[in-house]
Write a protein that binds this ligand. Structure first.
Ligand SMILES: [Zn+2]
Length: 90
């Protein structure tokens, strides 16, 4: 897929590519964190960008959460986050 797209890359608007890759620039809503922790694509993208799922701060851990947000997780959220930190995944 990538290789086939290379030829037409110049005519593909950069805006479209960014729109697909970027998450909400202000982070996700707190109420959606448990859901987000079950979405490998969200977690992995945030981790690759070193950008906390909730507040977009850096120094995120394996669950894509910064040290501050990590301390405010509910029981369910920390259980999901721990699965990422143990390498189990969602
Ligand atoms: Zn954070």
């Amino acid at each position: 897929m990538v290789f086939r797209k290379l030829k037409g890359a110049a005519s593909t608007p950069a805006r479209y590519t960014r729109g697909v890759r970027r998450l909400n620039s202000s982070g996700i809503e707190r109420s959606r964190l448990a859901w987000a922790l079950t979405q490998p694509r969200l977690v992995q993208t945030a981790r690759a960008e070193d950008s906390c799922l909730l507040c977009r701060a850096g120094q995120v851990n394996e669950a894509a959460l910064c040290p501050v947000c990590q301390t405010m997780l509910s029981d369910e959220e920390s259980r999901l986050a721990e699965r990422w930190m143990n390498g189990v995944g969602p």
